[in-house]
Design a binder for this molecule. Structure first.
Ligand code: SF4
Length: 253
């Protein structure tokens, strides 16, 4: 079935998944990229911060204070200094310490493995109750680490969903979280691939400032493409690469 510019949003979302699944390498659920605690705290550090600066902040924090108990006990100003490569270290330092304090107080240890046994909604509510933990961060932890059927909507997923027309042009990220989840199968593998493929697509092709539409397999039904270039011609569709070429750069994990 060919999906066109005026197709319903749900059809565009499903076709996005099919085409990006062919374009980018498929992922499996085998190995979470990081431990649950690292996923949680790193995502707090990553707010409006590059991946390299987030990693640097994380490494400096653990080098300076040793472990989570050390991070919690550290003078807050020293923690802010250790994570100074992030966008708002003076806000994030007390936030991280409050998250650690609550985890220790409620669970007796700095670990989140209990979330594997909790229903998704309960885990989502528990994480969302932490300072600075929104839907995106909670979803990343629950999907990546515990394979719960949730969809993290970061800036890339949000932008592509708006441009293509999978959500309304003014829908918020939280609204996108709800709408896209309704449009996709509720299985963790599909949602992991959908999230990651759109994340890569936003990083590598559908740039914020100047999307590289010539290389994009979504141009045949993307509203942004239609508005800027008119309907994709057979020649433009035929010239679209079939898949990501490793020579174009590394895909971040
Ligand atoms: S056609 Fe262009 S604007 Fe649309 S998703 Fe692809 S790169 Fe983004």
């Amino acid at each position: 079935m060919s999906v066109t510019y005026n197709a319903p949003a749900a059809e565009k979302t499903q076709q996005n998944h099919v085409l990006l699944n062919q374009f980018y390498p498929p992922l499996t659920l085998d190995n979470p990229r990081r431990s649950p605690m690292r996923e949680l705290i790193s995502t707090v550090l990553s707010h409006r911060t590059t991946h390299a600066d987030e990693e640097l902040a994380y490494d400096r924090m653990l080098e300076a204070f040793g472990d989570w108990a050390g991070v919690l006990a550290a003078p807050t100003a020293e923690l802010a200094h250790a994570i100074r490569t992030t966008r708002w270290p003076d806000t994030q330092a007390p936030r991280i310490q409050e998250i650690l304090r609550r985890i220790q107080a409620e669970r007796g240890a700095f670990e989140l493995d209990f979330l594997a046994d909790w229903p998704m909604e309960k885990g989502m509510a528990w994480l969302n109750d932490m300072p600075g933990i929104g839907l995106k961060t909670a979803s990343l932890v629950l999907l990546f680490n515990f394979h719960k059927p949730v969809l993290p909507v970061d800036t890339h997923v949000h932008r592509i969903a708006q441009r293509v027309g999978m959500i309304g042009p003014k829908a918020s990220a939280d609204k996108a979280h709800q709408v896209l989840l309704e449009q996709l199968p509720k299985d963790a593998l599909t949602l992991l691939n959908f999230h990651k493929h759109n994340y890569w697509h936003g990083q590598k092709i559908c740039f914020f400032a100047k999307p590289d539409c010539a290389r994009c397999p979504l141009k045949g039904f993307c509203n942004y493409y239609l508005e800027h270039y008119g309907p994709a011609t057979p020649a433009a569709l035929a010239a679209t690469p079939a898949r990501w070429d490793a020579a174009w750069g590394e895909l971040a994990h």
